[in-house]
Design a protein around this ligand. Structure first.
Ligand code: SF4
Length: 388
């Protein structure tokens, strides 16, 4: 069973109007936050005893704002409490935003053990970036990528968004071409989502009230097709609905989410998942989420309490449904036989459902291995309904 560690850093330079992440536009408390992560780790380490981590991911928020020495002290605390695979088998990623990235900072992060940088470019078009409320320009996004290379990072990921207000097909295609032209190892290209967000997310409210126009579903689909074609022509392989990479450079940490792995989440708004017993996964597990507001998080952790806002127990049927829904986002699909055996579930109803999808041209079946076709991936949310 795969296992990794996630640290959430909640501070940003400003709050983007479409953002529903646990993030705040206030000054980072660099050292205090690193100490809080170490305290939370002590409270949680026992639940992950005996696991070996193969990924460490610092996400946010804007983790590249975190003073490198504070990041290094949080990472050192984690390495003291958690067993990691050898360095060459471990992926250690930090998310960065253009505008909070420079070669000196990246060099310090590299010295602290990070071997992968994921840069939140979103777009290279300044008009699109302005409408998204981003603080950086397209030129600064290119500079951030070059700074990462200059600091010695040979594994760099770029994130793009499409379906933004005022964005057209040509801009989406040119963003993908510019990103590919830089030659990153990995690209994530997500559609802007304004549905099912908290009611106070400004851009979501503006869209509901008709004050901002975003491309409709068909236009978003055309953009995603154009992006996919552009990246494929540039030699990238789509391995998940929204992710492309050079051969062998899939995001290891993200993959553990798509394959039902365990993760130790630390920090404001972080989520974690631990099986009751990794040797007997059919016994189920527990997932939790931390408080999103820094003040609430600090208050609990500094008083020696788990900073949990919620938690849920997950039984084997629930774990299997989740694994199928999320796992089928991957182009490689899911081995139903293996998943059902692991969770001691009868594969028959799931194989029936997979055959139904196959008959509709949405899935391919090879023995008990199911994967969605291109058409199935395009309608993933409805395609996986028979499994959930
Ligand atoms: S930089 Fe990212 S996390 Fe921060 S407010 Fe913007 S979208 Fe949210």
């Amino acid at each position: 069973m795969s296992f990794g560690v996630y640290i959430h850093f909640p501070y940003c330079l400003s709050k983007c109007p479409y953002c529903d992440f646990a993030s705040v536009a206030e000054g980072p408390e660099h050292d205090r936050y690193a100490r809080a992560i170490a305290c939370e780790l002590e409270l949680r380490a026992e639940a992950f005893r005996g696991r070996t981590a193969r990924s460490l991911y610092v996400g946010g928020g804007t983790p590249s704002l975190w003073a490198p020495e504070a990041v290094a002290s949080a990472v050192a605390a984690i390495r003291r409490h958690v067993s990691f695979a050898p360095r060459q088998e471990t992926e250690t990623t930090l998310e960065a935003n253009p505008g909070a990235s420079d070669a000196a900072r990246f060099a310090e992060l590299r010295a602290a053990g990070f071997d992968r940088i994921s840069i939140g470019v979103q777009s290279f078009d300044d008009a699109v970036l302005a409408r998204l409320g981003r603080e950086h320009s397209g030129r600064e996004a290119v500079a951030a990528f070059e700074a990462a290379r200059h600091a010695g990072f040979d594994n760099v990921a770029l994130d793009l968004i499409h379906g933004c207000p005022g964005q057209d097909l040509a801009t989406a295609r040119s963003d993908a071409a510019t990103a590919a032209g830089l030659g990153p190892e990995h690209l994530s290209c997500y559609a802007l989502t304004l549905e099912h967000l908290a009611v106070d997310v400004p851009m979501a409210r503006a869209a509901r009230e008709g004050r901002v126009a975003v491309p409709d579903e068909d236009q978003q689909w055309e953009m995603s097709q154009a992006i996919s074609a552009t990246l494929s022509e540039a030699g990238y392989r789509r391995y998940e609905i929204s992710n492309w990479c050079r051969p062998g450079l899939e995001a290891r940490h993200n993959r553990l989410y798509w394959t039902g792995g365990e993760y130790l989440g630390l920090g404001c708004g972080a989520c974690g998942f631990a099986l009751a017993d990794p040797a007997e996964p059919w016994k189920g597990g527990r997932r939790w989420g931390n408080h999103r507001a820094p003040a609430r998080y600090f208050a609990d952790v500094e008083a020696g309490r788990l900073p949990e806002a919620w938690s849920e127990e997950l039984d084997a049927p629930t774990l299997l449904r989740e694994l199928l829904a999320i796992g089928l986002r991957q182009v490689q699909g899911v081995d139903l036989g293996e998943a059902c055996a692991r969770l001691r579930m009868d594969p028959a109803p799931f194989l029936d459902a997979a055959q139904g999808l196959h008959a509709r041209g949405l899935a391919l079946l090879s023995g008990a291995h199911v994967r969605l076709t291109e058409r199935g991936l395009d309608v993933h949310t409805t395609a996986v309904l028979p499994f959930v």
